[in-house]
Design a protein around this ligand. Structure first.
Ligand code: NDP
Length: 372
């Protein structure tokens, strides 16, 4: 194991989240000292899996409590860390009535973490997890790939508090860093992932699981004409870890959106893999007018109306060429995610369900025991 020189300890905020658990795992596997923040140390579902991410780590994972809405905890969390990866941010599956419930902790929490870096001193670089939603509201089909130069239209027809929270938090962070006096400056870089797929190794099902759960549990029964820019959680984590020390990362955003899938394609991939395991994903396409009617009763459907039929494409130059990540195949990401979600009980386990990997392992075990 060899870590980059100059990295003493890495703070990962929101360590028990879907993306952060992969970041912590990769950092530990690379031999880094890691401190993670969680909102509560007494939640075994969230904290338990964190202790098992890496077998025989060179350094035990250290965990501390910290909340984005609280000033008190952040200085202690940052103390002694040379690098900070800030992933924590509210990521609800529905837009709340009062958007400040999401926006306030996202924006003020990010500023709190950065202010703690200034107050404590010794932090060399901060990596912020933003989103492609800070770059585009995804309501247009673009001819040229969207680049890191773009910012979300804040007068978007999307009533999407989460997307706004990501744009406002990232903007606040760039403003904060830009205004720092020379003696307090640290390097700053941003990762902007698309919709993240891939294996779930955290202990609770987050918002990312929702789309796959809905397809496999046939909710809704018809397929809307929606396109998703997607990426794999292992690649997103890798981008964070590389950006933490890469000499060309500071001062830049990095879009991570290597693939796009229509909802129909996602359904077909899952259908092919899971039909013989008891799952019946929907087959019918939902006409736009049907969605409009449903949206009168279901606010989560209202939210997707402006996205219908549009396909946004993004430049991945910085992700693949500068950071040098070779992305996973989207089909593998989707299938790996579904298996881990079913195995963990986040999606109902059907009677006919089996995981081919378990069968391979069992066959391997019986082959080796019969040969011994
Ligand atoms: P999760 O919901 O799994 O993780 C979010 C993390 O943020 C959790 O650890 C959560 O802590 C923490 N958090 C939320 N609110 C607070 C708060 N008030 N104080 C402290 N911690 C808080 O989501 P993801 O892992 O998917 O998301 C991680 C980051 O990636 C977020 O910034 C998200 O916006 C961004 N992102 C995610 C994408 C995706 O498709 N998943 C796409 C693009 C960006 P707790 O466990 O205590 O709830």
């Amino acid at each position: 194991m060899s870590t980059e020189p100059g990295v003493e300890k890495v703070l990962v905020t929101g360590a028990s989240g879907y993306i952060a658990t992969h970041i912590v795992k990769q950092l530990q596997e690379a031999g880094y000292k890691v401190r993670g923040t969680v909102r509560s140390l007494t939640n075994p579902k969230k904290v338990g899996p964190l202790k098992e991410l890496c077998q025989n780590p060179a350094h035990e994972l250290e965990l501390v409590e910290a909340d984005l809405t609280n000033d008190e905890c952040w200085k202690d969390a940052v103390q002694g860390c040379s690098h900070v990866i800030h992933t924590a941010s509210p990521f609800p599956d529905k837009s709340p009535k009062d958007e400040s419930v999401i926006i306030k902790p996202a924006v003020e929490g990010t500023t709190r973490v950065l202010q703690a870096c200034v107050d404590v001193g010794g932090v060399k670089r901060v990596v912020l997890t933003s989103s492609i939603l800070a770059i585009s509201d995804l309501t247009e089909t673009n001819e040229e790939p969207i680049t890191e130069e773009s910012w979300r239209n804040m007068n978007s027809p999307m009533e999407d508090a989460y997307g706004k929270s990501k744009a406002l938090a990232e903007k606040a962070a760039w403003d904060f860093v830009e205004k720092l006096p020379a003696e307090s400056k640290f390097e700053f870089t941003v990762i902007n992932p698309a919709m993240v797929l891939g294996p779930v190794i955290c202990g609770v099902p987050g918002t990312s699981v929702e789309v796959i759960r809905r397809i496999l549990e046939r909710d809704p029964p018809a397929i809307p004409k929606l396109n998703f820019s997607v990426c794999d959680v292992r690649d997103v984590a890798k981008a964070h870890v590389i950006a933490m020390t890469h000499p060309e990362a500071p001062g830049h955003r990095h879009i991570v959106a290597p693939h796009s899938l229509w909802f129909r394609e996602m359904v077909d991939i899952l259908k092919e893999e899971f039909t013989n395991k008891g799952y019946k994903p929907p087959s019918l396409m939902a006409p736009p007018v049907l969605l409009k009617v449903v949206s009168w009763f279901d606010s989560s459907v209202k939210y997707i109306l402006p996205l219908q039929g549009h396909k946004a494409t993004f430049s991945n130059h910085r992700f693949t060429e500068v950071l040098g990540v070779k992305p996973y195949d989207a089909k593998d990401s989707l299938i790996d995610m579904a298996y881990t979600c079913i195995d963990k009980g986040f999606i109902v386990k059907k009677k006919q369900y089996f995981n081919p990997k378990d069968q391979q392992t069992a066959e391997g075990t019986s082959a080796s025991s019969s040969s011994s």
